[in-house]
Design a protein around this ligand. Structure first.
Ligand SMILES: *Cc1c(COP(=O)(O)O)cnc(C)c1O
Length: 379
């Protein structure tokens, strides 16, 4: 039986056909090599750097979420990586050619900055533009690859993925979307025209703050094969235990992201009423500059809220006073976290800028904790 509902799809995504007396989700397969008699060309599993049944099951599952199997449609190809950066580097570096032109966001994940330098060193022309206002449109002439991050991290700007993808394709460029923040339940880049949907599974996809993982999904078999070959060449492979934990976590992706999105909206709304808080951003807020575009292409708005307090010390007092929100980096986990992004350098944000990731706690409890911590911080 198939269903259009994410809630139903996630609990069985990627599971093998029922076998009497076998577990529904087979345990992790720990293998550096497999029994391999005779000819090797058709062997599905030969060596542990190339393929692993636990990855295969996870990749099938993520593929079903990235593009739910419809009538007559080919399943998408998904390649799991050891981390989000493994996945991002695989797309950007495997396609890097001297003279190629890559258009990146200038407000995306902060490791895009050193990657930019690497790409330039390989003879690639790198252009950047902000995510907001679809500004990357103006940089596409002659491009070979457009890289989109929407919503962007940490600024939470949103661009019109379909519009940018169409414009890039008209010019012969491929399109990749970093979909980490939204997860495939929040947004399906392949259905919005992207050639590659790329994400860190470390964040909301696995959601428990105990696994690093990444993936690339695409419809085109040759693009997938080239990404898979890159994984083999650099060895950026996920551990079987991580892949299995990730697959196990997918069953709760719907309930987690529903609750997190509801909590994020509640927290963002409460922050709007505070005079000392400025620049509250969350794509689900009706008044947010990103809301109009977000509503058209997203199905849920994610767990991240960003805002600015009057300065570094004020923000640190706030973070220190929170009881239900851990001071930690990363986002998307079941336990709420927050941090002052400026402590890292690298993001163009004010000193008092806070990125708060809402977990699965009771939204009323979280709002109360945030308001109490704001009172403490205000002195
Ligand atoms: C965290 C993050 C990454 C990097 O993922 P890792 O799993 O930490 O390697 C890439 N893009 C975005 C938007 C992220 O938030």
């Amino acid at each position: 039986m198939t269903s259009d509902s994410d809630a139903t799809r996630v609990v069985r995504a990627g599971l093998p056909d029922e076998q009497p007396y076998e577990p529904p989700l087979p345990g992790p397969v720990f293998a550096a090599h497999y029994h391999l008699p005779g000819e090797v060309a058709a062997a599905p599993y030969a060596y542990g750097r190339d393929a692993n049944p636990t990855w295969s099951a996870l990749e099938r599952a993520i593929g079903e979420l990235e593009s739910p199997p419809g009538a007559g449609e080919e399943p998408v190809h998904t390649v799991a990586f050891a981390s989000g950066m493994g996945a991002i580097s695989a797309v950007l570096l495997s396609r890097a050619r001297p003279g190629g032109v890559v258009v990146l966001p200038d407000d995306g994940y902060n490791l895009l900055v050193p990657l930019r330098e690497r790409l330039s060193g390989l003879g690639v022309e790198v252009r950047t533009a902000p995510t907001a206002g679809d500004a990357q449109l103006g940089r596409l002439d002659g491009a070979s690859l457009l890289w989109i991050e929407s919503p962007s991290n940490p600024g939470l700007d949103v661009c019109d993925i379909r519009r940018l993808a169409d414009a890039a394709h008209e010019r012969g460029a491929l399109v990749a979307v970093d979909n980490t923040l939204a997860t495939p339940l929040g947004q399906r880049p392949l259905e919005l025209g992207a050639d590659f949907s790329v994400a860190s599974g470390t964040k909301a996809l696995t959601g428990h703050g105990d696994v690093l993982l990444g993936h690339v999904s695409c419809r085109d078999a040759e693009l997938a094969a080239s990404v898979r070959q890159w994984r083999k060449l650099v060895g950026a492979i996920p551990g079987p235990m991580e892949a299995w934990l990730a697959h196990r976590s997918l069953a709760t992706l719907d309930v987690r992201t529903q609750r997190q999105a509801a909590g994020a909206l509640a927290v963002a709304g409460a922050l709007l009423d505070r005079p000392e808080v400025t620049g509250v951003r969350h794509p689900g807020l009706p008044g947010d500059p990103a809301h109009g575009t977000a509503v058209r292409q997203m199905r849920r708005f994610g767990c991240v809220v960003s805002f600015t307090l009057p300065g570094k010390e004020h923000a640190e007092r706030f973070l220190g006073a929170l009881r239900l929100v851990d001071e930690a980096t990363s986002f998307g986990g079941v336990r709420s976290t927050a941090e002052r992004r400026g402590r890292w350098g690298g993001d163009a944000v004010p000193e008092g800028f806070v990125r708060l990731s809402v977990g699965v706690e009771d939204p009323d409890d979280l709002v109360a904790d945030v308001l109490r911590a704001l009172d403490v911080a205000a002195g």
